[in-house]
Design a protein around this ligand. Structure first.
Ligand code: NAD
Length: 476
């Protein structure tokens, strides 16, 4: 299968990568992927297309974005299957991903539609000697680099606002999970997006991502992935002073306050910790529970976690699927072993489920008494592992949650609206849910504090990330 799409044409790459089903370890596809030369051609095509695309009207771009949303909707089942077989995530989770993609393209279609009227906004000045207007213009050719955990969603969150803004795009999917994006590229082509506006180069980070971040003609890199690679991308982008948006790791907390509904708290902890087998930047990795609730909470959490059905993503009653590949499976098991060696108490899980001999499955895992200086408490695990700690006061809970290099999201469970609101305001996180699962809306921003992010995706912030601000001041 060709994994390079440049200037409206599918091309063969110069290397073939194997794509594997993580639940069965079976080969899914061979994808012919590109390198630095393909990146150069893709940036050539995007640069040539920018002259016309950047002058298109918001209405024209909106019509194409809506067509993409419709195309994704029409292929919902197929995309779900691709996503589940390539990612190991349960089919119902893949459905949530596809619906998110549709909502994101629809949202930015509506945003693009409104752009024509607001293209030139008058600016009030403190004098009548001059008048000024504000324009927002597309920033140019942009490089989008995405990870494997939510391939289609992370792509849509960048691609829809970039196209809405009038930018031309070179997309680099994860080499581990390119299948859904390859299908998305076919949908984009069928929607009639002009040649060169959207280009895709599959390949490894070093062969494709690095030259994309370095190309001087690329105005902006929007990257989602690990902090280690985020630093490398930023370093490359710095050489030509390009803008970067980074969506990186997390170590997010769920705070169970004194008057919390415990069943709700258990559901939210399991949802936050075990959705996508915990391979989420927003994973609930720390659970902080008011002292007097902790014993009962742990009893119910253990029962629920042990009851979670880990199975093939396509089985009817599956609740949690497989991890992405052997390397990630071994990494997470390594974290679990190191946590035990560091003195944390393993309450449940920590191993492969009985009866699943193939595939990269790990049982939902809960630790208590996790030392504050351990890797388990501080590092991003990216697997189905919850660490529970007790707290005595609200201030202690806030301090424990904020004591992290990351600051992506947080959750609060409480029956007291004032306390929940107060705690939400004190948490260093870009998004805080109160008594709610990790719902995400394209209207609200995604991104975090500290080392979790630079910038925000979604909402008007997601669009602004792909725009330049221009003021025109005229003497009257
Ligand atoms: P990764 O950093 O290994 O890879 C991400 C992408 O970067 C891939 O496409 C990869 O090929 C590419 N890449 C690798 N080396 C590169 C280089 N030198 N130059 C340019 N590109 C390069 O991340 P991953 O393992 O695919 O994904 C997991 C990570 O992503 C986790 O740390 C997770 O927290 C993070 N993530 C963050 C968010 C968020 O919104 N904050 C969302 C999803 C995932």
């Amino acid at each position: 299968m060709n994994g390079v799409y440049i200037n409206g044409e599918w091309r063969e790459g110069n290397q073939v990568l194997e794509v594997v089903n993580p639940a069965t370890e079976a080969l899914l596809a061979h994808v012919s992927v590109g390198d630095a030369a393909a990146v150069t051609l893709a940036v050539d095509a995007a640069s040539a297309a920018f002259a016309d695309w950047s002058k298109s009207t918001g209405r024209e771009r909106a019509a194409l974005l809506r067509k993409i949303a419709e195309g994704v909707g029409a292929q919902r089942e197929q995309l779900m299957h691709l996503q589940s077989s390539n990612n190991g995530k349960p089919l119902f989770e893949a459905g949530i991903d596809v619906d998110d993609v549709i909502a994101t393209f629809d949202y930015y279609a509506a945003v693009a539609e409104g752009m024509d009227a607001g293209q030139d906004r008058p600016v009030e000045l403190p004098t009548t000697d001059f008048s000024a207007r504000l324009r927002r213009e597309p920033c140019g050719v942009v490089g989008l680099i995405v990870p494997w955990n939510f391939p289609m969603v992370t792509t849509a969150w960048k691609l829809a606002p970039a196209l809405a803004a009038g930018c031309c795009v070179v997309l680099k999917p994860s080499e581990v999970t390119p299948l859904a994006e390859l299908q998305l590229a076919r949908i984009i082509a069928d929607a009639g997006v002009p040649a060169g506006v959207f280009n895709l180069v599959c390949g490894t980070g070093l062969a494709v991502g690095a030259p994309l971040a370095a190309d001087p003609r690329v105005a902006k890199i929007s990257f989602t992935g690990s902090n280690t690679v985020g630093v490398q991308v930023m370093q490359r982008a710095a050489e030509t002073i390009k803008g970067v948006s980074l969506e990186l790791g997390g170590k997010s907390s769920l705070l169970v306050l004194a008057d919390a509904d415990l069943d709700l708290a258990v559901e939210l902890a399991c949802g936050g910790g075990f959705f996508n087998a915990g391979q989420m930047c927003s994973a609930t990795s720390r659970v902080l529970v008011a002292d007097h609730l902790a014993d009962e909470f742990l009893r119910r959490l253990q029962m629920r976690a042990e009851g979670i059905r880990v199975a093939d993503p396509f089985s009817d009653d599956v609740e949690m699927g497989a991890l992405i590949n052997r390397a990630q499976y071994q990494r997470v098991l390594g974290h679990i072993q190191r946590g035990i060696a560091d003195g944390a108490r393993l309450l449940c899980g920590g191993e492969r489920p009985a009866g699943l001999e193939k595939g990269f499955f790990i049982r939902p895992t809960v630790f208590t008494e996790v030392p504050l200086d351990s890797a388990l408490w501080n590092e991003e695990i990216f697997g189905p592992v919850l660490c529970v700690r007790r707290f005595a006061t609200e201030d202690e809970a806030i301090a424990l949650a904020n004591d992290s290099d990351f600051g992506l999201v947080a959750s609060v469970v409480s029956g007291d609206a004032d306390a929940a609101g107060r705690v939400a305001n004190a948490l260093q996180a870009g998004l805080v849910w109160i008594n709610a699962p990790q719902v995400i809306f394209p209207q609200t921003a995604w991104g975090g504090y500290k080392q979790s992010s630079i910038g925000r995706e979604l909402g008007p912030w997601g669009l602004a990330a792909f725009q330049e601000v221009k003021h025109v001041i005229r003497a009257n």
